[in-house]
Design a protein around this ligand. Structure first.
Ligand SMILES: Nc1ncnc2c1ncn2[C@@H]1O[C@H](COP(=O)(O)OP(=O)(O)OP(=O)(O)O)[C@@H](O)[C@H]1O
Ligand SMILES: [Mg+2]
Length: 264
């Protein structure tokens, strides 16, 4: 299928990315010829089956993991290492247990030497935005799973990144909390427009949040389809167009998963 070409409003670009990890007998190919652009201020969802290499791809965009071949650019500059202009919200939230909510959120700006006044202002702004007002002095152990993910999102935003990279941030939450968090994240994103790349293997989450969905195949992963999601926001899972898209993308995913693709 045709993949996205160079776009004027492209914020990041990936060209012909491959990634393999060494295994006992041979190199294990995870990603095979991935090319796409991330547009300015778009909410891009990378959607694919379990173990297809979504986290690896996101870490490559972050600069945490180098591609085996191919090139990633951010703002025209090649991505070679992690940078505070790209914030990552991890699949399993890794908060600093010895720091309070405020301490966690202000960690990045503090490390970068942002002035106390600016830091205090930004920290409170993002704590308020994610709905944690009043919990500034709580420790992670005192928070629910959903609240911890809120801290993670506030922490990522507080670094004032150009691009937010989110790896299944709600994957470990119960269905009800997950739905609340999706609504909340959408509101935050509408308030504080940012370029977001969001990984999920949940179809409803993908359609609820995405401007565009990129469907990845089984490992070794390739891009097998792209969907522009033009539904008005906030979206309803009961909207007939939502249901139609869910059916269409689920069928495409089933075809992808049915295909032989895994490696020993
Ligand atoms: N550092 C590594 N060394 C060797 N193999 C790795 C490494 N990181 C990931 N892999 C392998 O690459 C494959 C893809 O892993 P990855 O975590 O990127 O997939 P994923 O789509 O995020 O999975 P999940 O749906 O479980 O989150 C897996 O088979 C995994 O074991
Ligand atoms: Mg993963």
């Amino acid at each position: 299928m045709e993949q996205s070409g160079n776009l004027d409003n492209s914020k990041m670009s990936c060209r012909n990315l491959t990634k393999s990890f060494p295994s006992k007998k041979q190199n294990f190919l995870i990603l095979d010829g991935i090319s796409f652009d991330v547009r300015e201020n778009e909410f891009l969802v990378l959607f694919g089956p379990g173990q297809c290499g979504k986290t690896t791809l996101l870490y490559m965009l972050a600069g945490i993991e180098p591609p085996t071949s191919g090139e990633i650019r951010h703002g025209g500059k090649q991505v070679l290492e992690p940078d505070s202009s790209r914030a990552v919200v991890y699949q399993t939230m890794a908060l600093f247990s010895w720091l309070t909510v405020k301490g966690n959120v202000e960690f990045g700006p503090k490390a970068r030497g942002v002035s106390k006044e600016r830091r205090e202002r930004d920290t409170q702004h993002f704590i308020d935005l994610v709905g944690l007002t009043g919990f500034e002095n709580s420790y992670p152990i005192q928070l629910s799973g959903g609240m911890k993910q809120r801290v993670g999102i506030a922490r990522a935003y507080c670094n004032n990144p150009d691009v937010l990279l989110m790896d299944e941030p709600f994957g470990h939450l119960d269905a009800q909390t997950r739905y609340m968090m999706q609504e909340s994240l959408e509101k935050i994103w509408q308030n504080e427009k940012r370029t977001v790349v969001f990984v999920t293997n949940n179809i409803e989450e993908a359609i609820f949040l995405a401007d565009r969905i990129i469907l990845l195949s089984n490992c070794p992963s390739r891009i097998c389809a792209e969907y522009d999601i033009a539904l008005p926001r906030p979206r309803s899972v009961m909207d007939p167009e939502f249901l139609r898209l869910r059916k269409e993308i689920t069928a495409a995913m089933d075809r992808v998963v049915d295909k032989e693709g895994g490696q020993p």
